[in-house]
Write a protein that binds this ligand. Structure first.
Ligand code: SF4
Ligand code: FES
Length: 375
């Protein structure tokens, strides 16, 4: 069944709060990569706390009944789950469009076939750089050569294919070569995203923050590439927050479009929400997906506009960006109910500008994502 048909078949069941459209299933925090900009929380979940196949399957069916259309299987590295094909099949049985976000490590021809047979519909493969040595440095693992071989394997299957590229100061000067390499992998879509500073990326911000000249050049290169690839490959770009005039509508709005379930079953409104003080996160182990979406205090805390302070509460853009990102507001201002300081109307916006313009620290050591401090 086509995606738009599924959408029509899933008129939301709710009276007041429409159901989410996407479920992000972090099926494990384990990962063979240690990316310096990983968005996983600093406190990760251990393997022995992970939801079972049956628990995930129940979650997928409940999410579908609530109106979810897209299932994103991610991690960590989802391929580290030996039951991944069963999870894909459970997602399809629940009538979800199943996407896997992967580093590709652990994906063989046989595994690819198994996932395809289970119903996998879309793969997003990450690419760290065009130069192998630098790519492996940013990933904290020798992964680059394997990823390039993998693209051919993916193309042999009838699976939609996106190449994800995260850009930052240490690779932006090679953006043309990176785009050319991504194009040579023949995906349907390329997504170029400037680093978002949460989790491990925040720890490495001094090394990752691009210069104003790099940002400007990247925008030109991306719009040239968009024109060149038009009709062949869709090229999407995510703008760097610290150089923005207005903030992004983070996760499409708190408790509005997306629910994330972490490996141990905690339901979160966004990937960084556990940093926010005073919020309690309930689990799919003790509640249904519908209850979590409608009644959990965490999902309701920043829904709508009632929580907003000035300038957001009186702002004509509040329906557009919903005040930006709660986690960034907390990280940079100490209060999650403040306007995201990426907004030029925030009285703390100057601090972001200062950080973006600070002297680069090329010599600093990378802090690599590592699963030691888990709960
Ligand atoms: Fe968005 Fe608030 Fe800035 Fe207005 S003041 S643009 S609502 S973040
Ligand atoms: Fe949490 Fe933006 S990452 S609201």
């Amino acid at each position: 069944m086509k995606l738009d048909e599924r959408q029509q078949n899933k008129e939301s069941t709710t009276e007041l709060i429409p159901g989410p459209l996407s479920l992000v299933a972090e099926v494990t925090h384990r990962c063979p990569l240690h990316c310096v900009y990983c968005s996983n929380p600093l406190q990760m979940k251990s393997a022995d706390s992970e939801l079972s196949t049956e628990e995930w399957s129940r979650v997928f069916h409940e999410a579908s009944a609530l109106g979810v259309i897209h299932l994103h299987l991610t991690g960590g590295e989802p391929l580290l789950r030996p039951d991944l094909a069963k999870l894909v099949a459970a997602g399809r049985e629940a009538n979800l469009y199943v996407n896997m976000i992967t580093s590709g490590l652990g994906l063989t021809a046989a595994r690819m076939q198994e996932l395809k047979d289970a119903g996998l519909e879309h793969i997003q493969l990450s690419l760290q750089d065009a130069e192998e040595e630098r790519a492996n440095e940013f990933a904290g693992a020798r992964a680059h050569a394997h990823k390039l071989k993998l693209a051919a394997l993916i193309r042999q299957q009838d699976i939609a294919f996106t190449v994800n590229v995260v850009v930052h100061r240490e690779n932006l000067d090679r953006l043309e070569a990176i785009l050319a390499l991504a194009e040579s992998l023949e995906p349907q879509r390329i997504e170029v995203a400037h680093v978002q500073y949460y989790g491990w990326a925040l720890k490495n911000r001094g090394k990752l923050m691009p210069t104003p000249a790099q940002v400007e050049r990247s925008l030109t290169l991306i719009s040239q590439a968009q024109a060149r690839l038009s009709g062949r490959i869709q090229l999407q770009a995510v703008f760097p927050d610290y150089y923005a005039r207005y903030p992004k509508t983070c996760v499409g709005g708190w408790g509005r479009l997306m629910m994330l379930i972490d490996p141990a079953g905690q339901a979160l409104p966004c990937h960084a929400a556990t940093i926010l003080p005073g919020l309690e996160f309930d689990s799919v182990r003790s509640h249904s997906v519908e209850w979590l979406w409608r009644h959990s205090t965490a999902f309701n805390r920043y829904r709508g506009h009632g929580w907003m302070k000035e300038p957001c509460s009186d702002c004509e853009r509040k329906e557009i960006d919903l005040g930006g990102c709660r986690c960034q507001a907390f990280q940079l201002t100490g209060d999650a109910a403040n306007a995201d300081p990426a907004c030029s109307l925030s009285d703390q916006h100057g601090r972001l500008v200062e950080i973006a313009q600070a002297t680069p620290s090329h010599e600093a050591q990378w802090v690599y994502r590592i699963l030691t401090n888990h709960s």
